[in-house]
Design a binder for this molecule. Sequence first.
Ligand code: PLP
Length: 435
Amino acid sequence: MDGTLVSTKKSKLIAEMASRVMPGGVNSPVRAFKSVEGTPRIIGRGEGEFLFDVDGNKYIDFCCSWGPLILGHGDPTVVEAVKKQIDIGMTFGATTELEVKLAEFIVGTIEPVELIRFVSSGTEAVMSAIRVARGFTGRDMILKFDGCYHGHVDHMLVSAGSGLATFGQPSSAGVPESFTKNTVVLPLDDEEALEKFFEEHGDKLAAAIIEGIPANNGLLIQRHDYMRLLRSLTEKHGALLILDEVITGFRLGLNGAAAYYGLTPDLLTYGKIIGGGMPVGAFGGRADIMNQLSPLGPVYQAGTLSGNPVAMAAGLATLGKLADGKIYMELEEKNRRFVSRLMSELGDLDINIAGVGSIYWIVFQNELPRAASGISADGISHYNRMHQRVLDAGVYIPPSGYEVCFMSAAHTEESLDHAASVLINEIKQEAHKWE
Ligand SMILES: *Cc1c(COP(=O)(O)O)cnc(C)c1O
């Protein structure tokens, strides 16, 4: 790998064609590279820790499909499991043994998950978890936190209003205010705001939802005390705690963020890794809550492709490889070494790298923020300006400074060494333009 870019001719051509048939040329907005310069690379294939675009350029991939690919691209065990299932059927709309096995694995691994139901995306998992929380408690109000992303379900597309415990405003056109009027948004990392909210509204709250470790708007690692306070306040007021582990589930070790914080949530949501690269989501938790779901209870929820056998096969193969915990130890060690090398070579610049498990986040500011308001917009624009050069040097980092980077089991020391040199070089160049 010499890091020289061949050409982006074909990518440009296909991106141009894409924009004529799909809004913005994409099926998910961040892929359009709007925050950064340059054309999005159209991807041809992936192999291990590498992405190859249609022009034949090779990149070390730290996006990993936004988290699912913890084993890297084309893991042989996962590929074989998928092929085997495709040969005997892609979907039946009836229960298969595979989904029972995946459910057994997750229920057997994650203590707070007594029952689980599979869906087809993280968005759907969150939407359904909230519905069952409302059905169970008979309450409507939901508490979410500024800087946490829970998919694109209407009543989660809410931004904080002014003041502390104000009801949220829709953050997207097309979401009626009547859909978000039961969603309250609070800042992260703020005990006082939490206590005040629960004092005033706690007894009307159906559930508080929070990301395992907020990783969709920077990496905002929360303090244990703060998470424990959220748990105890929800419990005290008869509200449920939904831990959204769509990113952190089976990424932050086998037991996710619940174990990281020593928390017992009432409901948990999953996606990304549990589908091994196929479209999957799941929600689960306490049996008395989950039993409110149709066909046992009054809370309706369904899906044509839910528990899809090909996705279940990919998920099962992925989790099977993770089951003994070795990969997590290796990943954490790799990530720790990578982050500390960057920090030791960049230590005197105004930059920081947050790292947890196999996730890292580059931020052009001195202090690591714990709340969305602590993220410097200036810092983000430095990342965005650097992005194109990093990409051209053969390192695929996400096309927005608010997005985090993921490591996979496939990332070798050699690739990580190369990527570290590229990042150190580009970060230095960018940081020197700082003043
Ligand atoms: C990705 C993500 C979602 C949404 O999942 P999709 O599969 O994209 O619908 C929800 N919550 C969190 C924490 C996520 O990271």
